[in-house]
Design a binder for this molecule. Structure first.
Ligand code: SF4
Ligand code: F3S
Ligand code: FES
Length: 235
């Protein structure tokens, strides 16, 4: 079948302004948008730039706007998005080249919420691991699935309005540790998220939940973090 692929192009070394290039190529309903981009890069224009690594929805590196919606190019099939496809970079982060955006501000926000287990208590003397019940593990199971693709944060109007907002991805990852029974730094993270650019910038718009390729209940997780702040010290 014939596929029309319209791609956002911008090379800061050559272009005064961004533009679109359109490529008409042959493909299959089961082709992924990533396959189409690889074809263009391999056979039509080797200068086309985009990120990708795993090609199986695991690394989170090929998030982009596909027909106006944030998706992973390696998970978007032609049969789902149609044969007229527009591909653009994520909104809210500076475009470095073509579909590649500057992820540094995104990861700076991620670092603010201390995304690692903090526990100063010595581990059990018998040399065994710190135990956690299946019920306690289930409390934060959903937020462990994040692959840091940025689909959520870059679809959030509150983030577009003010990129100092830590964004839903950072809050999801804070949730993953705040509700981990083995962690001892929930209050430090809650302090960060109770600040001017924390959870209260979220106005429950739900774009983040709709955009998440891992189907994480992002808005629900943000609500649970808001409740934890309202309740004060949570553990
Ligand atoms: Fe991507 Fe979902 Fe994680 Fe947001 S919560 S960064 S959309 S995997
Ligand atoms: Fe934004 Fe999601 Fe909240 S889209 S406003 S972070 S519910
Ligand atoms: Fe890794 Fe798509 S290339 S998630």
């Amino acid at each position: 079948m014939e596929i029309t692929l319209k791609v956002f192009r911008y090379n800061p070394e050559k272009d005064a302004k961004w533009h679109y290039e359109t490529y008409v190529i042959e493909g299959q309903p089961t082709d992924r948008v990533l396959d189409l981009l690889e074809y263009v890069k391999g056979y039509i224009d080797g200068t086309l730039s985009f990120r990708r690594s795993c090609a199986h929805g695991v690394c989170g590196s090929d998030a982009m706007r596909i027909n106006g919606r944030n998706r992973l190019a390696c998970k978007a099939l032609v049969r789902d998005v149609g044969t007229k496809i527009t591909v653009e970079p994520l909104i809210g982060l500076k475009v470095i080249k073509d579909l590649i955006v500057d992820m540094e501000p995104f990861f700076d926000n991620y670092k603010k919420i201390l995304p690692f287990l903090i526990n100063e208590t010595p581990p059990p003397a018998d040399g065994k691991e710190r135990y956690q019940s299946p019920e306690d593990r289930a409390i934060f199971d959903d937020t462990t699935k994040c692959i840091l693709c940025a689909c959520c944060t870059t679809s959030c109007p509150s983030f577009w309005a003010n990129d100092d907002y830590v964004g839903p991805a950072a809050i999801v990852n804070a949730h993953r540790f705040i509700f981990d029974s083995r962690d001892e730094a929930a209050n430090e993270r809650l302090k960060v998220l109770n600040s001017m650019f924390g959870v209260y910038r979220c106005h429950t718009i739900f774009n983040c939940t709709e955009a998440c390729p891992r189907e994480i209940q992002v808005t629900k997780a943000i609500g649970e973090v808001k409740m934890a702040i309202l309740r004060g010290k949570i553990k």
